[in-house]
Design a protein around this ligand. Sequence first.
Ligand code: CO
Length: 294
Amino acid sequence: MKRTALGLAVLLALVAMGTTPVHAAGHGHQKVRKVGILLVAFGSSEQSTQVSFDNIDRKVRAAYPGIPVRWAYTSTIIRKKLARQGKMLDSPEVALARMQDEDFTHVAVQSLHTIGGAEFHDLRRTVGAFTAMGAFERIMLGYPLLATQKDMERSVDAILGIIPAHRKKSEAVVFMGHGSHHPANAFYAALMFQVQRRDPNIFIGCVEGYPPIDEVLAMLQEKKIQKVYLMPFMSVAGDHAKNDMAGDEPDSWKTILTEAGIECELILKGIAEFDSFVEIWVDHIQGPLAHFDQ
Ligand code: CO
């Protein structure tokens, strides 16, 4: 009996939390509907990567005119580094608190991650917390780049569209993904499987996940590949691309492949510099926005 009463009280409290802020804002005034988009990236402290973020920002504003767009970076280290350069960026939590303060009623949070890995799920928890607080009438999270089978097919097309046109079919293209300890790491190998159905000499490895460079090298050697084009499969060509992929250190991919007798040509462009990839993230914002209209 006691338990039921408590359960009912909790339920009523939750219902109140979910509805009160919107309908009883101020003194009985109803809040005016205000929709916003929050773009969330890991972030980068490399100035050269700004081109990727600017491209996303431009495309999002063009696709959803009239909807205010805000940014947040999940990486504390990067935010602190940028702050020392006088560039202030919010965490998702601070950005959402600000949006709550500015009377947004509907927020589409768009992950700019590649896979639904650890960071995406951290962001999901943050969105869940703001939902529980009743901070907005609706708050929803959009999928990362690789989520549905349609995303995979679009990404395969996008990959085929950005590889160097002058490359010979006997030459390989090796993409460096980030990778993760999270189960969603499997998306990288799944994408490689699908892209190789179209072009068997395109490979996707991970700097911090599966498949590692040794395994990619073994595959290249099985096919007797003599030249590869190295490209990041990350939104930005930041620290990993410049150092772990293209650097002169003994464990960089360039060094490992070169020492194995494979010629390397480097392409230092993040995938968010290419519209075909940006459009996938941009289209994912439609998911939350469509729910707001229901
Ligand atoms: Co990393």
